[in-house]
Design a protein around this ligand. Sequence first.
Ligand SMILES: Cc1cc2nc3c(=O)[nH]c(=O)nc-3n(C[C@H](O)[C@H](O)[C@H](O)COP(=O)(O)O)c2cc1C
Length: 188
Amino acid sequence: MKPQIAESINNRFSPMIFEDKSLNMDQVNTVFEAGTLAASSYNAQPWMFIYGEKGTSDYEELRSLLSEYNQVWTADATILVLTLARHLDEKGEPNYFALYDLGQAVSSMAIQASHMGLQLHQMGGYDMVKAREVLNIPHEYITGSIFALGVPGDKSNLEGHFKERAHEPRMRKPITEISGGVSLFRKS
Ligand SMILES: Cc1cc2nc3c(=O)[nH]c(=O)nc-3n(C[C@H](O)[C@H](O)[C@H](O)COP(=O)(O)O)c2cc1C
């Protein structure tokens, strides 16, 4: 039987092209709101988001942090968001799960975006050292991904590598490869 995956999860993907279309703040805030609903260790909600909207200097500053590769395909992304997780609490005690919790929040945001006909595409390809420096990120925070958010564009308008990548079939490991009983890692 084909698994009945929730539509917004099944339809989520990382677009290589966005429509040159603005989003209203209600849409953007709805995506952030979905992030806040994620579970987190001790309900610490260690996530923090720095965002910029296309046409603003905040956006340009965030975009300039991206690798050359990522700068190409984000040309029409509407919103760029740098994600952060607070990994040291007020007493300087480490929160081992901070980055894990941030990932859960971004995952919720991705699914919410998909539900709204939007999509987001996360990127690890950016200059984290420069990001810390120019944005004056406090040492209590660890950087996560930067993601691009917007209305996914028509992938037939892409060229070369980006077109090929956008048309690749979705590849996933089978669940038999990623799950098992308690003997999964035991030596026989
Ligand atoms: C933490 C993280 C970092 C990523 N970094 C990049 C990146 O720098 N550039 C890029 O084009 N895609 C990046 N991706 C997107 C992945 O390549 C993509 O999620 C994966 O190929 C699966 O495709 P899908 O999201 O469309 O299902 C990143 C994804 C994650 C979660």
